[in-house]
Design a protein around this ligand. Structure first.
Ligand code: SAH
Length: 393
C-alpha cells in the first residue's frame, strides 16, 4: 500500500495456537516483539519468523492484532473492494425486506473493526480500532467505487474509539447529504438521522425480531427502550394502543416523526422517561399490558460487571412480568451484551418469573438478523439475544 509501512510483529506460541484455531484476534499478552509502535498494517510472524497472517495492528489496544488474511497477499485498495463485494454477495442471498442493510459486519466479513450500514443509498460507516483507522481513506474509496452511494457518512463517535485515543469524527465524507433517508422495513417506513442518530443511525440487528413482534403483538403494547419507535410501530399492526418509552429526548422526537410517517398518530404514543422508574410506577399503579417489549442498552459491558448487569436485566424483566396480562401476556425481551450469555439470559428470566410468581414459557429464541452473520470461529460476533415469552399464572 502506497506510503504505508508494513510492520512486523512476532507472536508467542500461545498466540499462534489461537490464530490457528481460526479466531481473528491476537491479544497484547501474546505480542513478543514488533518493528514499530505505530498503528497500521502488520505481518504476523511466529517464533521462527515464519509468516502466519496479515493484520491490523493497534499497539495500544488489548486486541492488538486483528487478522485480515492468512495468505501472503497484497492488502491494497483492490483487496478492500473485493472484501466489500463478497459481503454484498452474501447479503444478496438473504432477500431482506428492507432497503436498509448492514453491508459490512467487521470480522465476520473479513474486515475487522469496520461497520457499514446502508440506509437506502446512504452509507454510514465506523472504523473502530487504530489499525483500521489508518485505512479510512481506502475504505471510503472502496465503498464509493463498489456501492456508488449518494453519500457516505462517517460515524466515528463510538465510545470504543476513546480507549485508543482515536479522534471523534462525524460528517459527510463523500457525496451530498441533503435530507435524512426514509427506509422501508417490511410494511413500515422509518426516517433515519444518519448524522446524529445512535450508532450508525439505527439498530438493524433487530429487524427480524421487530417483524416477528409486529405479527404477534396485540392489545395494549408497551415498548421500553424504544429509541425511535421501530418496535412500537411494528407492534401497532394488530394492537389497540402502543406506548413507547425512552430516556433520550432526541430519540423521542424522532419517534414522533416515525409515528406520523406511518399514519399512526393517536394509536402510538411516546413518553420521555427512565424505564426503571416508569416500570416501577406502573407496577405500583397496578397497570396491565398485553404485550411488553424490552430492548435495553448493554447492561454487562465486561465480565466484571456481570452481577450488576444481571440485577439490571432481572429488575426490568421482573417488573414487566408483573404488569403483563396473566393469561396470554407476551414479553419480548432482548440483551445485546456479549458478556451475558444465552444461559445467563435464561437463568435471569427463570429467576424473574419465579419472583414475579408467573408461569413463563419461551416461544422464540432468536439472535441478530442474518446481515449480521457470525463467524463460527468468532463467538464474540454473536451478542444479541432475543426471546418471546408467554405469560400465564
Ligand atoms: N428498540 C430499539 C433500539 C433500542 S437501543 C430499536 O429497535 O430500534 C436502547 C435505547 O435505550 C436507546 O434509545 C437509549 O436512549 C435508551 N435508554 C438507555 N437507558 C435508558 C433508560 N434507563 N430508560 C429509558 N431509555 C433508556
Amino acid at each position: 500500500m502506497k506510503g504505508k509501512n508494513i510492520i512486523s510483529v512476532r507472536i508467542s506460541s500461545r498466540g499462534e495456537k489461537r490464530l490457528k484455531s481460526g479466531h481473528p484476534w491476537i491479544f497484547k499478552s501474546d505480542i513478543v516483539e514488533s518493528s514499530s509502535n505505530e498503528a497500521g498494517l502488520a505481518v504476523i510472524l511466529n517464533k521462527n519468523k515464519k509468516f502466519l497472517a496479515s493484520a491490523f495492528y493497534s499497539p495500544s489496544s488489548q486486541i492488538t492484532l486483528r487478522i485480515l488474511s492468512r495468505k501472503e497477499e497484497k492488502i491494497d485498495c483492490d483487496w478492500f473492494a473485493t472484501k466489500i463485494k463478497s459481503a454484498i454477495e452474501l447479503r444478496k442471498k438473504l432477500n431482506i425486506c428492507s432497503n436498509s442493510i448492514r453491508i459490512i459486519y467487521g470480522e465476520s466479513d473479513g474486515l475487522p473493526a469496520v461497520i457499514a450500514d446502508k440506509y437506502d443509498d446512504v452509507i454510514s460507516f465506523q472504523t473502530l480500532c487504530a489499525g483500521v483507522d489508518v485505512f479510512r481513506n481506502e475504505i471510503i474509496n472502496a465503498l464509493s467505487d463498489v456501492l456508488k452511494p449518494s453519500s457516505i457518512i462517517e460515524r466515528n463517535d463510538a465510545i470504543t474509539r476513546k480507549a485508543e485515543n482515536l479522534p471523534r469524527r462525524v460528517g459527510v465524507v463523500a457525496g451530498t447529504y441533503d435530507e435524512h433517508p426514509i427506509i422501508k422495513e417490511d410494511r413500515f417506513s422509518f426516517l433515519v438521522d444518519v448524522l446524529c442518530g445512535q450508532k450508525t443511525g439505527a439498530y438493524l440487528d433487530q429487524r427480524d425480531n421487530r417483524i416477528l413482534a409486529g405479527k404477534i403483538a396485540y392489545g395494549s403494547v408497551l415498548d421500553c427502550f424504544s429509541y425511535e419507535g421501530w418496535f412500537g410501530v411494528h407492534m401497532s399492526y394488530n394492537a389497540k394502543s402502543v406506548l413507547c418509552v425512552d430516556s433520550s429526548a432526541q430519540a423521542v422526537s424522532n419517534a414522533q416523526k416515525n409515528i406520523e410517517i406511518n399514519g399512526l398518530k393517536g394509536k402510538v404514543k411516546v413518553l420521555e422517561a427512565n424505564v426503571f422508574d416508569f416500570l416501577k410506577a406502573e407496577d405500583q399503579k397496578g397497570a396491565v399490558y398485553d404485550c411488553i417489549n424490552l430492548d435495553p442498552p448493554p447492561f454487562v459491558k465486561s465480565i466484571r460487571n456481570r452481577e450488576s448487569g444481571f440485577r439490571g436485566y432481572k429488575e426490568i424483566n421482573l417488573r414487566a412480568m408483573k404488569i403483563l396480562r396473566r393469561r396470554g401476556g407476551l414479553l419480548f425481551t432482548s440483551s445485546c451484551s456479549y458478556n451475558f450469555s444465552e444461559d445467563d439470559f435464561d437463568v435471569m428470566l427463570a429467576n424473574a418469573a419465579l419472583d414475579a410468581k408467573v408461569n413463563a414459557k419461551i416461544l422464540y429464541r432468536r439472535n441478530a438478523a442474518a446481515d449480521h452473520p457470525n463467524l463460527t470461529t468468532f463467538p464474540e460476533s454473536n451478542y444479541l439475544k432475543f426471546r418471546v415469552l408467554y405469560i400465564s399464572s
